[in-house]
Design a protein around this ligand. Sequence first.
Ligand code: NAD
Ligand code: TDX
Length: 336
Amino acid sequence: MRSYLVTGGAGFIGSNFVRSLVTETDASVTVLDKLTYAGSRANLDGLPADRVRLEVGDIADPAVVDPLVAKLADEDGVLVHFAAESHNDNSLSDPSPFLQTNVIGTFTLLEAARKTGVQLHHISTDEVYGDLELDDPERFTERTAYQPSSPYSSTKAGSDMLVRAWVRSFGVRATISNCSNNYGPRQHVEKFIPRQITNLIDGIRPRLYGEGLNVRDWIHVDDHNRAVLAIIEKGVPGETYLIGADGEKNNKDVVQAILRLMGREVDDYDHVADRAGHDLRYAIDSSRLRSELGWTPTYTDFESGLEQTIGWYRDNEDWWRPQKALTESKYAQAGQ
Ligand code: NAD
Ligand code: TDX
């Protein structure tokens, strides 16, 4: 039985990861999560108490982190680091928590890993590479230079750089993955896809930033998490793997797919103020992950993954309703 310490395991991707670990392996899991606005106990509901324990605390606090990592090292366990401030729009209105959690928090975990020799997997994003032109034939690879655009992506880039330096200077046993945009159950209603689905449930028209031509490379959260597990089990320490499922779509096409699947007219949406510094296009070349670790995505049909996700939000209004009004009032202040 393997032990895992999962930071950010009460958030969107982390909680889906913990669910997969519990259903697909015999792992025992400690979740370390601060329960910010983005994390909740409800995300871990229904999981067996003898295999999943929630420790509420801050990854930037060594008094919390050090004993948990020391215990994990005794069990020869794995530290999987999802915790972050994750939303670009929030990073534009107040960058400070992004520096604290994404940079100082990652530094605190790395220091604990250095002291104990524990195995670490660091979860990151394709946004560290900046953006591509719409007609650029190239996609991001493990060799693309870092060029982050937003406070969020610059702090994620900083955290990746710290991991690389701690690997080289101190021999920390770490791997890194940079994934594209995730969708699926339990994603906060501030994010693009859940915002539009829950707007439509509430009779509000979807909101497209600018012209809606920005492209994101969509992947289902379960495919992301299966790749993370493959990297933990088979990846080479010190290496970086890009995760993506060839899911490029522009935002207008995504909104129109949601409208169609929810039985509305496809032009039933509004254009609102664009995001400052809005990255134009992300696109991942995941050849390395596929050829070296044998990973392939299971959600190859975006519309059926989207339909399943719409069903989840329809069935779980209790989960998202408490966050909806506050989220929309913040967007209203920004003209979005
Ligand atoms: P999320 O915002 O849904 O969840 C983040 C979790 O981290 C929450 O549970 C929150 O309470 C916790 N957290 C925040 N600050 C903390 C702190 N100081 N100490 C302890 N816990 C803290 O985010 P997500 O979308 O699930 O993203 C998870 C990770 O995946 C992040 O590192 C993000 O950069 C990365 N990522 C996300 C995407 C995406 O599309 N969502 C894509 C690629 C990479
Ligand atoms: O209402 C909206 N209308 C709109 O057009 C919202 C909320 C977003 N958008 C656009 C902005 C982006 O082009 O949709 C696209 C996706 O937006 P987000 O869901 O905010 O995601 P993004 O900024 O691309 O970042 C996401 O993917 C990479 C995650 O939030 C990050 O954590 C991850 O690193």
